[in-house]
Design a protein around this ligand. Structure first.
Ligand SMILES: Nc1ncnc2c1ncn2[C@@H]1O[C@H](COP(=O)(O)OP(=O)(O)OP(=O)(O)O)[C@@H](O)[C@H]1O
Ligand SMILES: [Mg+2]
Length: 185
């Protein structure tokens, strides 16, 4: 295992200790990067001859809601994507939904107000709060239909070589996706 100073990376500096040897496979575990920083990070690894387990393209595909959404539209709340800096109020008003769940392409709003808005004006306010408190809107804005999820039902899966693992189940999701792929083929 190697350690590096996360903050150094934004200064163009990357010095893992011990250093990465040529041909080594590199799995990153740490704070989330935005997609630009992750690209820089993998560039550093490749320059040293390392091989990232997750390529920058795959990272962006899983990190940005706008990129993974089309893979599972039938399994996740309906979502409309707004370009950063566009006229949010106008676009959200045309949706005419009862409520709006607001995120950027990565994270929801975690201050006391939360991410659920009941009017387009409230939705814009949440977008502004995300930008203000986090320092940036990553990617753009995702406006999602509000759904009632079963409390305590959230589970995290980790995907390795195309197989999804959760704390309670093995590869069932893997087979599910494979079945859908073969049906689609
Ligand atoms: N469309 C929605 N309608 C109602 N509740 C939602 C919706 N989307 C998310 N939530 C609730 O808000 C919580 C946080 O949302 P979400 O997990 O999407 O954002 P995040 O935790 O900020 O990002 P991530 O999990 O991608 O790191 C969820 O665990 C879920 O309980
Ligand atoms: Mg979450």
């Amino acid at each position: 295992m190697s350690l590096f100073a996360y903050d150094d990376l934004s200064l163009g500096d990357f010095k893992p200790r011990p250093r990465i040897e040529s041909g080594e496979t590199v799995l990153y575990r740490g704070w989330m990067f935005n997609v630009t920083a992750y690209q820089e990070f993998t560039d550093f690894i490749c320059k040293r001859g390392g091989i990232p387990v997750t390529s920058a393209a795959d990272y962006a595909l899983c990190h940005h809601l706008k990129q993974w959404y089309s893979a599972c539209t039938d399994l996740t709340p309906e979502t409309v994507f707004l370009e950063k800096g566009s006229n949010y109020l106008e676009q959200i008003s045309t949706l005419n939904w009862d409520a709006y769940f607001i995120k950027d392409f990565v994270k929801s709003n975690t201050d006391a107000q939360g991410s659920i808005a009941h009017t387009p004006e409230q939705a814009v306010n949440i977008i502004n709060r995300i930008e203000q408190y986090r320092g940036e809107l990553e990617g753009g804005v995702a406006v999602r239909r509000v759904e009632q999820f079963q409390p305590q039902s959230e589970q995290r899966y980790f995907v390795v070589n195309g197989a999804a693992y959760s704390p309670t189940s093995g590869v069932s999701l893997f087979y599910h996706f494979r079945q859908r792929e073969s049906q689609d083929a």
